[in-house]
Write a new protein. Structure first.
Length: 229
């Protein structure tokens, strides 16, 4: 099967933020293998006013600044004029929560835009007229969308075919089948009397598979019963 390179455009007011998360491990390797190209866009450079500001006070009053339409519209419009995008994603806590199914779907995209929000949020009209998908990464509040963008991007990139060389490795991850992973062990088999379950040393692959299935189910029931519904 042939897969062309995925392109991800991230729009942010903190472009340097991503230097760390995108230059290690699988995300780094995926870029080196030409499986993905990540482009970071500094929102401030798209602001047309003298101060290069990107936010303003809220109509109707209330605390917290709101990100302006103009720089975001200009940045997104420029990108859209260059290629067709599968989704234009806005990261915000008031959105459906990210799960493995969403990451799976997004991993077959050709081009994605990810917009990182800040301050109180963005002008609603951006969401109404420009954004095609909204994602939260969980029920807690982050200072900005950048950390969420790094999380989303990582979860997508590791699913692009050919990125993880041992393809079964991504498939056996927790959540891939709505089950948590089973416990894993490596040498030594006995560390200060902390022993590895004997069955894993038995060499009986069939029994080992059964044990792993049982443990996955047991862990899921105990820790995340909501996944079994
Ligand atoms: Cl996507 N953004 C922010 N600021 N906070 C969050 C989030 C996103 N997801 C969970 N909390």
């Amino acid at each position: 099967m042939y897969f062309s390179k995925m392109r991800i455009d991230i729009i942010t007011i903190f472009p340097d933020f991503f230097k760390g998360p995108f230059s290690h491990s699988i995300v780094k390797i995926a870029q080196e293998k030409n499986k993905v190209e990540i482009n970071i866009h500094d929102l401030r450079s798209h602001s047309t006013n003298k101060q290069k500001s990107v936010d303003d006070y809220q109509f109707g009053g209330g605390s917290g600044m709101v990100m302006n339409i103009q720089p975001i519209d200009d940045c997104i419009s420029k990108l859209k004029s260059e290629r067709k995008y599968d989704e234009i994603i806005y990261l915000t806590p008031d959105a459906p929560t990210l799960n493995q199914g969403t990451s799976n779907k997004l991993s077959s995209s050709k081009n994605l835009i990810i917009l990182c929000g800040h301050y109180k949020g963005i002008d609603q009209r951006i969401r109404d007229y420009l954004i095609t998908m909204e994602i939260s990464i969980g029920d807690y509040v982050l200072t900005g969308g950048e950390l969420a963008a790094a999380v989303l991007t990582d979860s997508i990139i590791r699913l692009i075919p050919g990125v993880i060389s041992d393809e079964t490795s991504a498939l056996s991850d927790s959540f891939q089948d709505n089950l948590l992973s089973y416990p894993i062990y490596t040498r030594p088999s006995d560390y200060k009397g902390w022993e590895v379950p004997e069955i894993l040393l038995s060499g009986n692959q069939k029994l080992i598979e059964q044990w792993r299935e049982d443990k996955s189910l047991e862990r899921t029931k105990k820790i995340r019963p909501d996944l079994l519904k």
